[in-house]
Design a protein around this ligand. Sequence first.
Ligand code: NAP
Length: 269
Amino acid sequence: MKLGLVGCGRMGKALAVGAMEAGAVAAADFLAYDVRPEAVEELSREKGIRAAANLQELVTRCDVLLLCTKPDDVLTVLREVASSGTEENRLLILSIAAGVTVQTIERHIFNHARVIRAMPNTPALIGKGAAAYTLGSAATEEDAKIARRLLGAVGSVVQVKESLMDTVTGLSGSGPAYVYLLIEALADGGVRNGLPRDQALELATQTVLGAAAMVQSTGLHPAVLKDMVASPGGTTIAGLAALEAKGFRSACIDAVTAATERSKELGKA
Ligand SMILES: NC(=O)c1ccc[n+]([C@@H]2O[C@H](COP(=O)([O-])OP(=O)(O)OC[C@H]3O[C@@H](n4cnc5c(N)ncnc54)[C@H](OP(=O)(O)O)[C@@H]3O)[C@@H](O)[C@H]2O)c1
């Protein structure tokens, strides 16, 4: 199977390199193209991925097109693929462009195109991503396996209905920023109570990392883990009560809802 990487920016590079480093694919399985030749040259020089001269070469030689351009550039790429004379249904189109629906991709390419839309997040850059994907009407279970292999190489991956892709954007797509805010705020709390900034930041970061790892490795519900550390009349329950009084829980729910709504708005634009 030959994978054609269209767009070698941050995300395209992260997915390709992550999949290679995880051993899911080899450099020889990729062919890459970008309108910025220097972006492909860097990938060739550093990772041994071969550069294609143009999109047409990718379309002719690859089985999967990994669309990693900005959303605004996706339609240009699709029009070029549609007019390339390639056989309908031969290519799997796997797009990570935010807000570009499966229906939009299908409409701009072929009637029965095999399409998968995915939403990774930036921790994919360090192999710690959280991604979701949805299948187009003609995509097969074999196609889904390819998506899981590629996205799973740079983090965890779930399959959802297309109607939930905006929610995924609001949760895991935008979520790293919410957690950065949490880490910063926790560190501020430490500084407010006397810790030096660097130590406060280190402790806050490791606390978030450790707590997330506890949820993942124990498989316990976060509420159970929370109850386990909140002893009667202790320090943790005092902190939790302060968070509840300030509406922490509903602020998080509202953040995901606001980002989901914004994603829906952008999808219509
Ligand atoms: N970064 C994230 O957090 C994130 C998360 C989830 C999904 N995504 C999605 O991932 C996609 C890529 O994002 P990114 O941050 O990696 O963008 P990026 O760094 O700008 O990379 C996109 C690359 O594609 C090139 N390009 C533009 N038009 C092209 C064309 N017609 N053919 C081939 N290459 C073309 C761009 O060149 P120019 O710079 O010259 O235009 C650029 O090198 C976006 O659709 C985004 O929605 C990103």
